[in-house]
Design a protein around this ligand. Structure first.
Ligand SMILES: [Zn+2]
Length: 382
């Protein structure tokens, strides 16, 4: 056992008191930079557009074990029982934006690194931090270009652990070793407006749109993939906005979302949607147009030595065995997976993005011990 000295809570509070709503870091990265530099990390900032990012590294050798996360938070909304940026502790609970998602995890990772470095006899390898302020937003000026810039500098990553709040009933019950991809598409079908009594002079776009959606829904995308449920398409809206009974509308529009596994990528799914709609449009002489409102890749880290190591650290620290899951929304791990195996482990997500977001103070401290155990086990095998 190493001596557990650094407490993550003051650092978590300092981070939570910076109102770093995407994409403004509002001093949160400065807090991280000061804390990391104080332990001996070499820290560099990477600015893309309005977004500030941070990369810090302790050591120069391989393997490079990276902790990743985001200091940005979603807007607080209204009706909090406390200051959303006050980081108040009440009854053993720490309240504020970022208490679950995910400033506390960053504080835990930094405290874990400090304690590991202080307690370790020399270890072979490096510990690094990849922190962004653009995860909750468009995520185009954050982790993705920072990784590309680091790769151009010759930086290599061996394994990465992201501190997203993956846990459900209790901390450490779930490790995310993958996330589904997501594709949001809008289909516009244009016909020709006219009188319902004279349909030969008009062209109703509703008919080819309905046939398109039926054809899309009729396809079974797959039967699942290792670690994943079957991919799924949902039509989320059909909009015509026609208040009359006697007018054939000019345009009909539909929105849909696909959550997909490793059998697919966003490009091929979009091509399929496009071709399906264009075929129905041309059969009626209508015109189809499209837009992608958002798209994210899926990631998957096959169960193996890396996930076993994290599971063992959870078992050692929390006393229960976590399950691997690929459910839930997206995360920056979808970018990191192009560089090294990546998994996610963090606090409970029950109050993430909610009013009165909070976490248990002791959970943050235990999570820090768990992250330290990950480091100890990781570098013990090198
Ligand atoms: Zn998050």
């Amino acid at each position: 056992m190493t001596a557990m000295n650094a407490d993550p809570i003051p650092l978590a509070q300092a981070l939570m008191r910076r109102p770093s709503i995407t994409p403004n870091e509002a001093g949160a990265l400065d807090v991280c930079q000061a804390a990391l530099a104080g332990i001996g990390f070499a820290v560099k900032r990477y600015k893309f557009g309005a977004v500030d990012n941070l990369y810090a590294r302790f050591g120069a050798e391989a393997p490079n074990f990276c902790f990743a996360g985001h200091v940005d938070v979603v807007p607080p909304g209204e009706n909090w029982s406390c200051d959303p940026f006050g980081a108040e502790i009440r009854g053993g609970l720490l309240y504020g934006r970022g208490a679950a998602d995910m400033k506390t995890a960053i504080a835990a990772m930094i405290a874990a690194s400090e304690n590991f470095i202080a307690g370790a006899q020399r270890f072979k390898g490096s510990i690094s931090f990849l922190l962004t302020c653009d995860e909750e937003g468009a995520a185009v000026e954050g982790t993705k270009p920072t990784l590309a810039a680091l790769a151009a500098e010759g930086v290599r990553f061996d394994h990465c652990l992201v501190g997203e709040p993956t846990s459900e009933a209790r901390v450490g019950d779930i490790i995310k070793n993958g996330r589904r991809g997501s594709l949001n598409v809008v289909i516009n079908m244009d016909g020709k407006q006219g009188h319902v009594a004279y349909p030969h002079r008009a062209l109703n776009p509703v008919t080819p749109l309905i046939e398109t959606l039926a054809a899309l829904k009729a396809r079974r995308l797959d039967d699942g993939a290792p670690g994943f449920d079957p991919s799924n398409l949902e039509v989320t809206s059909i909009d015509v906005g026609n208040a009359t009974h006697n007018v054939i509308p000019q345009r009909a529009r539909a929105r849909l979302n696909i959550r997909f596994n490793t059998n697919h990528d966003g490009e091929s799914l979009f091509t399929w949607i496009k071709e399906t709609a264009e075929a129905r449009a041309s059969a009626y002489g209508a015109r189809a147009s499209f837009s992608i409102s958002s798209q994210s890749k899926c990631f998957y880290t096959a169960p193996g030595a890396f996930t076993d190591l994290i599971s063992a650290a959870v078992q050692e620290t929390f006393g229960h065995t976590p399950v691997l899951a690929t459910t839930g929304g997206t995360s920056d791990a979808r970018f990191i997976k192009d560089y090294c195996p990546v998994a996610e482990l963090g606090l409970r997500n029950e109050t993430a993005h909610m009013v009165d977001e909070h976490c248990a103070v002791e959970d943050v401290r235990t999570l820090a011990r768990c992250y330290e155990t990950v480091l100890r086990r990781y570098f013990a095998t090198q």
